[in-house]
Design a protein around this ligand. Structure first.
Ligand code: GAL
Length: 690
């Protein structure tokens, strides 16, 4: 069966891609490279020397005022931007543009002392206090007002300044769980709105008939105590929605204030890629999403004995694929230049690893990459954290030299840069989406049913396979059009409704290939089981009925067999009763359901639905199923070893080697090596022109 999307898709991508590009960034630049600088940490007499060297190393922008609220507003209502003006001026002298920040992660002490109600309260009653950072609650109206006032002054001052290219809001804004009384009141207000002031609707949604939890008024509702055994999961789900909204609204309001004054400056923030936190992409007025990424901090998630010096091969790739689909572009705001200070151990990166990470960011289609930070701090929490230069402020670190090399390499490639969406057809043909909704993680993680179940790990088995097939992957939310993708995978998509299952049906009938996995569509959006046979929301799609599911002891896994090969499983297995038109691909090989189906596929309309009812121990079953599926669909795939990835952009192929052995890459016909060579050493990179 031929997939009918690729050609159309390519044309579509070209138009989307180019639109996304022209607004803020220029395709011909490939990527911009920048570095954090905190003028307030250093003697003013050194600033010029530092910017000069930054420029000589090739950096094109710097990043100011991230934690400087105390310097920007030394007393309530008295603003001082003179020092920052000087820094901007000097940076410009050395051709460095500036990313300006809103400083809201570090409110000054006068604020915490005068308005102590802004401080976050933990579930156990302890209060976060001044002396660290991120201690003020995004829910607090007082804090928000003070922040907005300061941001407005800053935006008025710099919004029309062409030396400022864009803005970063806050710092690594997270979803906060503030248990203060004000937060509780705000939660009640949120519920009143969500349930149209109808307490019976809330009682129904939360199933409060259970354990006598029924409410007669919104004023009786408390913030659910997460650490208290038996707290209502439906209530916790709403609490998480509420908390994510606080962060999203706060950021969005900051953005709108800046946009009142900003001309031709973008606004973003630097999220931590926590896929289940639920706020990335939730502030609609941000121009694009950026992330921070640290690769080497102790645990060995890499390959081989020295893998801890290189890091997890898919850590940057996954962040790229998660952040890019929101607006078609993304930037990386922080990437470590060397040792960090906060890991379990803080090893030196393997020589070459910093450059490998830079190319990994580039490979996903980023428009800029920025490193944390220029100078190693002399004091404070982050002593021992490497910079581009060491504590003397001038000696370039090994990571600093790798940045210099990367910037030079990009400079060379710019001479013949093509448009970003120039990519080979066979690569685009295997474009795959992973349908994501953090709420599935929230709900499943409170009710795993098996201590070995891991929602992220389940999804990652598919992601890792897709990368080994050389597929470009987009993580998408439900608001995206699935039709752009020949294959869509929805792993453990637990919370669903008819609207979603209808959309899935339409996608498949029109020629899409949908892969659903265990635990999908078993609950409604409140996390309740619908009053229908278990799992039956997707019977029409999959053609199967679900007899029951089983969970096994980790030390005694079960077996599944497909095409004569045996695989093990234990975290979740669904025993399926297939319909007449389903092909059974895998069956259980033991237990009292020996011989019964675990995996099925069927054609439906112009497309296919594959249902994978089991989570294998090591992902090898998932890998073989996807290979079989793409072969059936005649989608051309690669077979890359774990640790090697290939991506394309701007008419360039980028091959990254995170393994501990040299890897020889077979270059596509007609391509020309521009960086590296066909045999790529560990932590090495190959770039070729197609
Ligand atoms: C990041 C944070 C930075 C800095 C850095 C140190 O998570 O956003 O402000 O603290 O860690 O590695």
């Amino acid at each position: 069966m031929k997939t009918r999307f690729p050609l159309l898709l390519c044309a579509l991508l070209m138009s989307i891609g180019i639109q996304a590009q022209t607004k803020w960034f220029n395709d011909k630049d490939l990527t911009l490279t920048g570095v954090y600088y905190y003028p307030e940490h250093w003697d003013e007499s050194q600033w010029e020397r530092d910017f000069r060297q930054m420029h000589e190393l090739g950096f094109e922008f710097t990043h100011f005022a991230e934690f400087a609220w105390a310097q920007l507003e030394p007393e309530e209502g008295r603003y001082d931007f003179t020092w920052l003006d000087k820094a901007v001026e000097l940076a410009a002298k050395y051709d460095l543009k500036v990313v300006m920040c809103t400083s809201t992660a570090t409110p000054p002490v006068w604020l915490s002392r005068k308005y102590p109600e802004v401080l976050i309260r933990y579930e156990d009653g302890a209060i976060r206090d001044h002396g660290s950072r991120q201690h003020a609650s995004f829910t607090s109206e007082v804090y928000r007002e003070l922040a907005y006032r300061m941001i407005e002054e800053l935006a008025r001052h710099y919004g029309d300044d062409p030396r400022i290219i864009g803005w970063q809001l806050d710092n690594e804004p997270m979803v906060q769980y503030d248990f203060s009384h004000k937060a509780e009141e705000a939660f009640r207000e949120y519920l009143r709105e969500s349930y149209n002031n109808d307490i019976q609707a809330l009682n129904k949604a939360w199933g409060t008939a259970f354990w006598s939890q029924t409410y007669s008024s919104f004023d009786q509702i408390n913030l659910p105590l997460w650490n208290q055994w038996g707290s209502n999961y439906h209530q916790i789900l709403d609490h998480r929605r509420f908390a994510a909204k606080q962060t999203n609204d706060f950021l969005n309001n900051q953005c709108l204030i800046i946009k009142k004054h900003a001309r031709n400056q973008w606004v973003t923030t630097n999220y931590i890629p926590n896929y289940d936190e639920g706020h990335v992409g939730g502030s609609p007025d941000l121009d694009f999403q950026s992330y921070t990424r640290y690769m080497v901090y102790g645990d060995n998630e890499g390959i081989g004995r020295r893998g801890y010096r290189v890091g997890n091969p898919l850590r940057i790739a996954m962040a790229n694929d998660f952040f890019r689909p929101f607006q078609g572009t993304y930037g990386v705001m922080e990437l470590q230049p060397g040792q960090v200070n906060w890991g379990s151990i803080n090893p030196q990166p393997l020589p070459g690893a910093v450059r490998l990470w830079l190319w990994s960011v580039f490979a996903g289609g980023s428009d800029f990459v920025c490193t944390y930070r220029y100078r190693q701090p002399l004091y404070g929490m982050e002593q021992y954290h490497y910079g581009i230069v060491g504590p003397d402020g001038v000696t370039v670190t090994p990571g600093g030299r790798e940045y210099e090399q990367f910037i030079k390499e990009i400079g060379l490639l710019r001479k013949k840069a093509q448009e970003r969406e120039v990519k080979p057809q066979d690569y685009l043909a295997r474009r795959t989406a992973i349908l994501h909704n953090h709420e599935n993680y929230w709900n499943i993680d409170h009710q795993k049913q098996n201590r070995t179940w891991d929602t992220f790990d389940h999804m990652n088995k598919y992601y890792r396979t897709l990368k080994s097939l050389g597929a470009p992957v987009d993580f998408i939310y439900e608001d995206k059009d699935m039709k752009e993708y020949p294959v869509v995978i929805a792993p453990a998509y637990q919370l669903a409704d008819k609207e979603l299952t209808d959309r899935w049906m339409e996608y498949v009938e029109q020629g899409g290939n949908l892969v659903l996995t265990c635990r999908t569509a078993q609950k409604d959006r409140y996390g309740r089981l619908p009053e229908v046979p278990f799992g039956s929301m997707i019977y029409e799609l999959t053609g199967n009925e679900l007899e029951f599911f089983d969970l096994l002891l980790p030390e005694d896994p079960g077996k599944v067999v497909m095409d004569g090969r045996t695989y093990t499983w234990n975290t979740w297995g669904e025993i399926l009763k297939p319909g007449k038109d389903s092909q059974v691909w895998a069956t259980y090989e033991d237990e009292f359901y020996e011989g019964k189906p675990a995996v099925t596929t069927r054609r439906l309309g112009k497309g296919t639905v594959t249902y994978i009812g089991v989570d294998s121990t090591d992902g090898s079953l998932e890998k073989d199923i996807l290979k079989k599926l793409y072969a059936m669909l005649e989608i051309p795939v690669m077979d890359l070893p774990y640790g090697v990835s290939v991506e394309y952009r701007n008419g360039l192929g980028i091959v990254l080697n995170y393994t501990d052995k040299p890897f020889t890459f077979e270059l596509p016909e007609g391509s020309k090596v521009v960086i590296g060579s066909g045999t790529i050493p560990p932590a090495g990179v190959l770039v070729f022109r197609i």
